[in-house]
Design a protein around this ligand. Sequence first.
Ligand code: PHE
Ligand code: ZN
Length: 899
Amino acid sequence: MKNPQSAVTHYRKDYSTPNHRIDRTLLEFDLDAESTLVKSRLDFSPWHLQQAEGLPIVLDGEDLQLECVTLDGKLLDESLYQQTDTQLIIPNAPKQGTLEIAVRIRPSGNTRLEGLYMSNGNFFTQCEAQGFRRITYFPDRPDVLSRFTVTLRADQAAYPVTLSNGNLIDSQKLPDGKHRTVWEDPFPKPAYLFALVAGQFVCQEESITKSNGQPALLQVWVEPGNLDKTDFAMQSLKHAIEWDRQRFGLDLDLDRFMIVATADFNMGAMENKGLNIFNTKFVFANPQLATDIDFENVESVVGHEYFHNWTGNRVTCRDWFQLSLKEGLTVFRDQEFSADMLAKGLDAQQAASARAVKRIDDVKVLRAAQFPEDAGPMAHPIRPDSYQEINNFYTVTVYEKGAEVIRMQHTLLGEEQFQRGMRIYFDRHDGQAATCEDFVAAMETALQEIKPDQDLKQFRHWYSQAGTPNVSASWHYKADESELVLTLKQSCAPTPGQAEKPAFHIPVRIGLVSNTGLDLPLQLKSPKNALSGDILNFTETEQVFVFQGVAKGTVPSLFRGFSAPVQVRAEYSLEELVFLARHDNDPFNRWDAGQQVFTQAIFEIYQSSGDTSGKLVQAANLMMADLLEDPSLSDGFRALAIALPSENTLFELFDGLVDPVALHFARQTLREYLAACNQGPLLKLYQARATHTERYEYNAVAAGKRALKNASLAYLTVDEPGQSLARSQFLSADNMTDRLGALNLLAHNAEDAQSELDQFFNMFQKEALALDKWFMTQATTPASHPAGNPLERIQALLKHPAFNLKNPNRARSVLAAFAMQNPSVFHQHTGVGYQLWASLVIELNAINPQVAGRMARALDRWSKLTPSLQTQARAALEKINAHDGLSPDVHEIISKALG
Ligand code: PHE
Ligand code: ZN
């Protein structure tokens, strides 16, 4: 393990090109769990044509046992190369030549799940970002693109299926019970997109026809016994291929496209060229085992990895600082894919509602996870300037905020010009390793084709500046002129390394809602040219916008559809918020207005230590009653509209220091109050959806219906008759959404849910993903549970025979669930929650640094805690920090948290 004391910081400004290209790469694997032999042949040539002779060849490598190196056929003795813990350097290399290297590695001992590792006796690789260097010596950097040919030799009986990137060009039985396959990838690629898989697998396959008339083979590979879970992933893949063709004009460029599922995976999935490797969680889906959310996730992750084939693989990243080039763009693409799929086949109104539900879900993630990141010690621009451990920068900022930055460009250009920009981007950079700047420049060219006087100069600050901009909005009405004068101010708090920040270019989608609930036409008097369609270009620290022809009583609706990733403070009166929650024609803002009313009501309870007689709680209650009765709302939307903001979102929104335990109880108090006041309508909503049950199908309408049913039940289970309803729903459910929904509510609210928990366990003990849910349900039992002491339950879970810290999904199902999704128990005043977390992070650090690094982030926002909790938090952080043998991953997180 690298020594964190010597932790190096890498800077974006230090980028320099390598000395050599690797034009071709031949790899040969003799697969063996204890000792795999990897032989490589690298044909290299000078990076620059006129380059001098004698520059060193620099190869990365970690934990490799070097057997031999030859250069142009001649064995090199140790004086002719330098070997360190992390590199192999050949000084004085010729400009051009061939290197042959043999190393041995031990897959069975690889618990980090980076490089070549084993899962259930099968071989898998994970190379992004820097895993290839754990397989063989190579320039492990994304700007070195090479054409790979891979030979796999393995025992035929133990590993009958052997796969790698590209096309299968040879397959043979060998005399000694072994077999051999040869794979050739026609496209040059960086090493992080390399993959191999070997072992016992079965597959579902289908052939499709590409736009050029050629056939392509699609395969989904899983361990035997799981073929009953692959239909939906295959459907999703076909939909993704079709969608990318239709909407982006991009087709599959390979004859074969494979997805393989593994139970042991650090992340969601990986876009290796032609051989995507997935966490089973994002492949397996059938009604008995997967919830609606799981189905939605499978579709979006299958889409995401497929879309990377163009945005990530055909055009890749020059260096890891450019990660958002592929990730932000690909998340934007998968979000649009999901929205289009949800809306497919619906009438205009239902379609708009289904899209809004998707948008709300995405923004909830941003607010609950990315806003805190942007306000904490790990804050970084979507294109970071520095990192210690790149694994720590696969963040909600790079991914989700990155997608928002792409979405804003889409907003500024419109769909047609945005697609034009995409074509310019591919024309310029196909087959290259590019930068974020290259992408913006392509979009700017497309923008100037239609608007020659505009540019994206100021817009580029979104790439270089961290922090969530705060926008305050105030307005007044000039009755004599029928004008509404809107003042917007923006600021952005300092983040690490960035004290002052110039103003952002912020697109504000705006509507003016008249007192009859209709949108008025937008007539901007000044400043000239700041309005384009319904988008205001807000570019200065403070800007005044004057609208004409505005009727009295009109309320502005700002940032419709969440048109920019900012925190808005608008001077709405309570009445105006309630009005928007009832009448805003933009469904996102309608939802958001309601959430603000709930938020204020919860804060009112929090600050009055439990009093529900205040005017905000009363307003929230009236609004709730309205939402429950309004027949114009779709089920999916209504489910979101009646749900209270999450504890993590509330924590972030509160002005000042927070006690998460008290905040939980305040939220709980509002929930109980709303449930008591609205029991009749809630029961009616529930029963109307619980009695007519069709066979389970995953689509926006059916999922919306289940969501509203379970959102109503969530209120009702504060006591009876809701808990009895939940018990019978648990028993009679024919799908995981309803079964798990009921189980969660019972486990979190009922005095005793042991019988349901036991039944669930017995039903699903052979299904790892369902067992993860069983662990997670219990690990998120809140402090308000009537039987008390949820932490003891969590400690018992850790000792359960089915618990296993080595499996990332299982580890997350307890550790992340408890430390990141269960604030009232994690932040309990004794500090025991923090201590338990610290010891688990230390334990996981030795097994899997990447996952440990993620778990280590649970106390990122500790400076927002009340003083006594801060003292406890610091002690836990210091305990981790003092641990010997901390990985660079965990070290970076903890040292930044301690400041
Ligand atoms: N590139 C993967 C994705 O976003 C994520 C990933 C990163 C997976 C690192 C594994 C390791 O699709
Ligand atoms: Zn991705």
